[in-house]
Design a protein around this ligand. Structure first.
Ligand SMILES: Cc1ncc(COP(=O)(O)O)c(C=O)c1O
Length: 462
């Protein structure tokens, strides 16, 4: 096996196919893995690496044991996080990317994938109404890092000297209390400081209270501070709420502040005629994060940051390196606008998906997720034992059942290998947060979730 012919990979691909066959069967028959005690994981899975090579049969067994006992995020019982499912054609793209093992920094080693990434970035820019010449973007290793790039661009746009001289001013970021935690982390990475993030309160729907923002910015300016970035969220991680981009854009314009829209979760609504109104005003933002690995079913990770100001992207991220950039021009050397040096090819899997199903297919995926959430919400509304906490047009359906602790039931459900669903909180309430992110599921899968949830609740001593 392992040492056979140069790059043949035949034996390894056979192993791959065997294990995947088993995995696909198990996903249907036994959709939730019982993980067991994490303290015993090293022994259960024979994790330690040693000095001696392993025999083929043993190696195959260890591999199978690990893979077949890993949480099954593509199963019909996974509603736990903002990713899930397995879109076959996007998975095909991902598998081929792994085989190609290129790096996206230059045309010299990326070849046509450079054109593919550029096409996707341009298409997103076009969809949100950015002009083709001035706009640009790149793929980052996740939504948190896309958001980080927005902080860096906003910071440098505010004061170009910071990247040379370091931080000499107290810069301030504004976002809502429901914003993703990457905003605080990014403030530390960018030298802004967590204490310089202002969290605006939210209304009952989880949207930022925009009225206060104007006042807070004016007060900070009067104190000699430097407001430079407003981070809007589309949709919030727990409730799936969309901030009012139009209103925030007016305030950003008035104070000359960069407006970023964190659409890592809900940004994919731009593909839906029915739901894109949730991002009304998106063309006015300075930058926008969208994660196809969440609502569009593309394998992790796939996150895109686009900006209206391509020149700022270049100024913030380009760095000369004569050993790397050897010809072809900056438009084809994507490393010049990237956070990273070596960069995996996250574009191809999204392209294989988009190319095969077309924009109409992406729209269907998004609409299906909202539809499945409607089915779940209707179920909860109709059954008196449930309390609903979330609202229409969100793919996060938050509820409680009877007076059972959401934390206890969610943990017990996964420990017992029944269902994977998480819990969240908003203001004073804590609840089960059920998310529809797998567009291949059907209405029957949603109803089945509730039936199994109730059966488990009745059978378990809470
Ligand atoms: C609103 C929002 N922004 C950013 C992120 C971070 O994205 P990633 O997990 O790709 O880093 C998430 C993840 O759930 C999110 O919900």
């Amino acid at each position: 096996m392992l040492e056979s012919g140069f790059c043949r990979m035949k034996d390894e691909l056979d192993i791959f196919n065997d294990i995947v066959d088993e995995l696909l069967k198990l996903e249907e028959a036994d959709p939730v893995v019982k993980l067991g005690d994490p303290e015993r994981m090293k022994d259960t899975f024979d994790i330690a690496v040693g000095d001696e090579p392993m025999g083929e049969a043993d190696f195959r067994a260890v591999l199978g044991n690990v893979v077949l006992n890993t949480p099954r995020t593509a199963s019909r019982s996974f509603f736990n996080q903002l990713f899930g499912g397995r879109n076959p054609v996007a998975t095909l793209g991902e598998l081929l990317s792994v085989m190609l093992n290129i790096s996206m920094y230059t045309y010299k080693v990326g070849g046509p994938h450079v054109g593919i990434e550029t096409e996707l970035v341009q298409q997103i820019c076009k969809r949100i109404g950015y002009d083709k010449e001035g706009s640009g973007g790149t793929f980052a290793p996740g939504g948190s890092m896309s958001n980080f790039m927005s902080v860096i661009m906003a910071r440098d746009a505010y004061d170009a000297e910071i990247k040379n001289m370091g931080m000499r001013k107290q810069l301030v970021i504004y976002t809502s209390q429901e914003a993703h935690y990457s905003i605080a982390k990014n403030a530390t990475f960018a030298g802004i400081g967590k204490e310089n993030v202002r969290y605006l309160p939210v209304n009952d729907l989880g949207q930022m209270e925009t009225d206060l923002l104007d006042k807070w910015v004016a007060e900070d300016k009067a104190k000699g501070l430097h407001p430079f970035l407003i981070n809007a969220t589309a949709a919030t991680t727990v409730l799936g709420a969309f901030d009012d981009i139009d209103a925030l854009a007016d305030i950003a314009k008035k104070h000359n502040i960069w407006l970023h829209v964190d659409g890592a979760y809900g940004g994919s609504a731009i593909f839906s005629k029915k739901h894109k109104h949730l991002l009304k005003g998106i063309e006015k933002c300075d930058s926008f994060t969208i994660n196809p690995h969440k609502m569009l079913g593309t394998p992790l990770s796939c996150s895109i940051i686009v900006t209206k100001h391509k020149q700022q992207l270049i100024e913030s991220f380009s760095q000369d390196a004569s050993y790397l950039y050897q010809g072809d021009g900056d438009d084809y050397n994507l490393g010049k606008t990237s956070l990273q040096c070596g960069r995996r090819n996250d574009a191809f899997k999204f392209w294989t998906l988009w190319k095969s199903v077309g924009t109409k297919g992406l729209e269907k995926i998004v609409d299906q997720l909202y539809h499945l959430a409607d089915v779940a919400r209707d179920y909860v509304k109709k059954h008196p034992d449930y309390t609903l906490y979330s609202f229409e047009e969100s793919t996060a359906v938050c509820f409680n059942y009877k007076d059972i602790s959401p934390e206890k039931i969610c943990n017990a459900l996964s420990e017992e290998g029944k269902l994977m669903v998480g819990h969240g909180s908003f203001k004073e309430d804590t609840f089960v947060r059920f998310v529809t992110v797998n567009s291949r599921l059907t209405e029957a899968d949603i109803i089945r979730f509730f039936e199994r949830f109730e059966k488990f609740a009745e059978s378990y001593d809470f």
